[in-house]
Write a protein of this length. Structure first.
Length: 367
């Protein structure tokens, strides 16, 4: 071993919810784990809508996932607002109203908490470090440092360096743009559908003293309208001081074919762990992170295959993801229709079917 080569059991690229959760469970299993993140402060800048279901809602959404309360530990200081209702809003503006228990996060505090939780288990974090290349079991940083591990995990989001260099499969990426705006925006979570967000949706997520307002689109369905112009048009409907502007991208194809190649694996957005029918990614990434962490420990201790990670993911989340992919494909076709047709389609008779689409159930079974 050369003097400048650091050796770990596991190296994780990316310290967001997927990476921090994977690190937590690897460290809990007694393994030496390092998380590398290019940001100086994990959680900043904000890149998403910040809404997650409550643990009770998650139990309904993902019934095969065990021990939700152990996995999803959200401190009170990371909760900006609790919501109890969701509005699905067609172009007419007349909402279909559903009960929905959600938490609006302060995402920076939330992600910092996940880092702290993993650190208390023994995980180590290296921030402000950029990965230049991954060669077999060695991670090479831009400053020339070389780090070696038995397992390398890509948890760096849709543009993860491990996925870019070792996976060929492409994913549909939906660009998003949003703002944080001061003001009173009620208590309900709003999802807006129609030509204002071609192939995607717009949202208003109320927070303690304002809201996260934005939209995402499928560019091939936008008929020449840019994301910036569509976002500006939607955001201009609301009055308040804009305190933050953000942008990002969501992988909306669902999970990729395989998360594992040799001693490399992907988790979270880099593996497509976002539910396409509703954009849920934070809690879904954490489900994947726990499974990955536990199966990595088993692999290092007992020699079990890392493909056990994929098997367990499918057991816990396979049906939810399949239903969500189907709902997204059908929804993408429906959203090509003119606004006046959508206004007719979103009605009290279709209300239960629409909710099944959003909540990843088989869409054509009535409750």
């Amino acid at each position: 071993m050369t003097e400048d080569l650091e050796v770990w059991d596991v190296i994780i690229i990316g310290g967001g919810p997927a990476g921090s959760t994977t690190a937590r469970y690897v460290a809990e299993g007694g393994k030496k784990v390092l998380v590398i993140d290019r940001r100086d402060s994990i959680g900043s800048p904000l890149q998403c809508g910040e809404l997650v279901p409550t643990n009770d809602e998650m139990r309904r959404l993902c019934p095969n996932v065990p021990d939700i309360d152990d996995l999803l530990q959200t401190p009170e200081e990371a909760i900006s607002r609790r919501t109890s209702e969701m509005y699905i809003v067609p172009p007419s503006g007349k909402p279909l109203k559903y009960p929905f228990e959600g938490l609006m996060l302060n995402r920076v505090i939330h992600d910092e908490w996940l880092v702290k939780l993993a650190s208390t288990k023994g995980a180590e974090f290296m921030t402000g470090a950029r990965v230049e290349a991954i060669e077999e079991n060695t991670v090479i940083l831009r400053d020339g440092r070389r780090l070696k591990a038995g397992v390398i995990v890509g948890a760096g989001g849709h543009n993860d360096p491990l996925r870019r260099s070792h996976w060929d499969e492409s994913s549909l990426k939906i660009p998003i743009k949003f703002v944080l705006m001061d003001g009173d925006f009620g208590d309900a979570v709003e999802l807006h559908f129609g030509s204002m967000a071609p192939g995607g949706y717009a949202w208003v997520f109320p927070k303690e003293s304002g809201a996260n307002i934005g939209l995402g689109i499928q560019r091939e369905l936008s008929k020449g309208s840019s994301l910036n112009s569509l976002a500006d048009q939607f955001i201009s409907r609301y009055q308040g001081e804009i305190t933050f502007r953000g942008a990002g991208s969501l992988p909306m194809s669902g999970t990729i074919q395989s998360f594992v190649k040799g001693s490399h694996l992907l988790v979270g957005d880099s593996a497509g762990m976002v539910l396409p029918s509703n954009g849920a990614g934070i809690t879904i990434a954490m489900i994947g992170g726990r499974i990955a962490g536990q199966k990595i420990v088993s692999h290092l201790e007992n020699g079990t295959s890392l493909h056990e990670y994929e098997i367990e993911w499918k057991r816990q989340m396979g049906s939810v993801m399949r239903n969500s992919k189907l709902s997204f494909r059908i929804g993408s076709w429906i959203m090509r229709l003119p606004d006046w047709v959508l206004n007719i389609a979103f009605n009290p008779l279709t209300k239960p079917f629409i909710w099944r689409f959003v909540t990843c159930r088989k869409p054509f079974f009535i409750f």
